[in-house]
Design a protein. Structure first.
Length: 214
């Protein structure tokens, strides 16, 4: 477009130089054409610059979407593992309701809790090794850091609850069946973590990066 304008201006100047009666009139027309050409050149340059910035912004947004999407997919796997561990913990405690003191196997019950405790510790260590992915922007990084911190607090409380329950169920410190049930229920109520609430941070990131889908 800019080149067509330039060619038109040159042709116009040649024609005008041939047909205008005075040099002064020709100079006035040249000045007008120069101003028009300069304005056209400036506008065209601004449009090109704006288009370049927009493309760069879109590419950067897509890059950040990809980085966060990959991180969040792995994070959700860890959350699923935490949920599974917590469900197993409740299932173990609920199993006491189907037993009485005669058919209760204290050693087997204790081993189930110890096995779960170890798996919870493994997941706890993994979550405490989480880091904010690079390249998602400062504000988004702050939101991810908040998600990680909340998740670490949650898994700490979850693991502690399971560990205290395992200590209480240790058959080397025997107690009668009903007392064990009562104490384990008290531990569950007292030590259980509050919910893991990260919806606000995730929503803010999705808004900043565009809807990532499910």
């Amino acid at each position: 477009m800019i080149y067509l304008t330039l060619m038109a201006a040159i042709i116009s100047m040649v024609v005008l130089y041939k047909f205008l009666p005075t040099r002064k009139g020709f100079m006035i027309v040249c000045v007008v054409l120069l101003v028009v050409f300069s304005i056209s050149y400036f506008i065209h340059g601004q449009q090109n610059q704006q288009e370049q910035i927009t493309r760069e912004q879109i590419e950067e947004l897509h890059k950040r979407q990809s980085i966060f999407g990959e991180w969040y997919a792995e994070y959700q796997k860890d959350i699923e593992k935490l949920d599974m561990n917590w469900q197993r913990y409740h299932n173990i405690l609920d199993s006491l309701d189907t037993m009485d003191e005669e058919n209760f196997n204290a050693e087997a019950f204790y081993l189930r809790l110890k096995e779960l405790e170890q798996e919870s510790i493994d997941e706890q260590l993994k979550i405490h090794m989480m880091t904010v992915p690079a390249g998602i922007g400062t504000e988004n990084s702050n939101y991810v850091e908040s998600i990680i911190r909340k998740t670490q607090h949650y898994v700490d409380a979850q693991t502690q609850t399971i560990s205290i329950s395992a200590v209480e169920a240790n058959p080397n410190q025997p107690k009668d069946f009903e007392t064990l049930k009562l104490r384990l229920n008290e531990i569950m109520i007292r030590e259980s973590p509050v919910g893991l609430f990260t919806a606000q941070e995730v929503a803010a990131i999705r808004m900043a990066l565009g809807d990532l889908g499910e």
